[in-house]
Design a protein around this ligand. Sequence first.
Ligand code: AMP
Length: 283
Amino acid sequence: MTLTTVKTVQDIRAIVKAWQAEGLTVALVPTMGALHKGHLSLITAAKESCDRVIASIFVNPKQFGPNEDLDTYPRQEATDAALLKKAKCDALYLPNVTEMYPTGFATQIQVPALDGILCGASRPVFFTGIATVVSKLLIQASCDQAFFGEKDFQQLTLIKRLATDLNLPTEIHGCPIIREEDGLAASSRNIYLTEKERPIAPSLHQTLQTVKTAVEAGSPIGAETAKAKASLTALGFDVDYLEIRTLIDLSLLTENLDQPARLFAATYLGKTRLIDNLGVSLK
Ligand code: AMP
């Protein structure tokens, strides 16, 4: 089995159209590469649901702020292609920056109701960059389905919103967070963790589990999230946010857990930004 690699909008359109003309369903799995088991779980889910699967790799400059890690973001195309082949992915879409943003490119997609909170509060260009590139990828490929991870739950919520609002024909699926054995959510950025930081990193997930157990048992949200922030800070994390928000529109819950919600956290451990989230609901 071969992994077809395409680099242009014209070529991605041609292969998707050819498959669809044969009556096959096609899935897209957008990534920024440096693939790990979290990404590969999306390929597996896509394969279970569709006849053909395309992964895209594009490190999107528009979602990185000026002091963020665009230049050092891990890039390993050959290894990624081998992993995709092993996972029986059918095609790899590898556009370059000029293909995605040709000279004169001037459009932005924004979802203001969802992009100024959580990760968007400290990363102002982040979600506009993501909304713009994901809209483009979905339009370019025009696949039947697309798969995203709950690891980036705010991103998933925003993509579902924009796909609905823009009447994009692609069905958006969310897939569960894949973790290392010690609970740390798999991430391309985990390789930045130093030897000293790596054993501390799973405390983020453990702390979220503690908050989940307490608030699901009826403890007030504000008190539990404050305690969790203090204990993460004592462990050496720099906490950006730790909040519970509703599933329906990500509005903040500070007192009682009165509807299905999600517990979100973002922290820095040294220079590495770690995010995680968990579902919470009253038993
Ligand atoms: P990225 O390459 O970080 O942009 O991620 C590409 C896709 O993989 C996104 O939909 C992520 O949410 C998803 N993803 C990344 N890490 C994980 C993980 N640990 N578990 C599940 N999905 C993930």
